[in-house]
Ligand binder design. Sequence first.
Ligand SMILES: [Cu+2]
Length: 120
Amino acid sequence: MKSIKNGLIAITLLLSVTAATAQIKNVKTETVKIFGNCGMCETKIEKAGTQKNIALVDWDKDSKMATLTYDSSKTTREEILKRIAAVGYDSEKFQATKTAYNALPGCCQYDRAEATKEEK
Ligand SMILES: [Cu+2]
């Protein structure tokens, strides 16, 4: 009985992810590195980057790699990464401001290059 229930949960999760992606048109998928530490970072990065029916962000805290799935007629990778930088997370292309970075909880303050820390 328990395994049937777990199976159903797995199927439901799979379907909801598929449904969210299916509503995005002109789909383009890219993988980018975004700096962060923990599960809380994951929640914030994904929330900041995701826009209903336009963009979906899935960040992996172990590899620090994010999969961006987006409608290429409505947004760009740059726009998504800018939104993520605005809440404090650096990516290959955009750096968060010192203020946004400093506003992160201590556990979320990922290691940055010294040069970045000194910048005003
Ligand atoms: Cu964190």
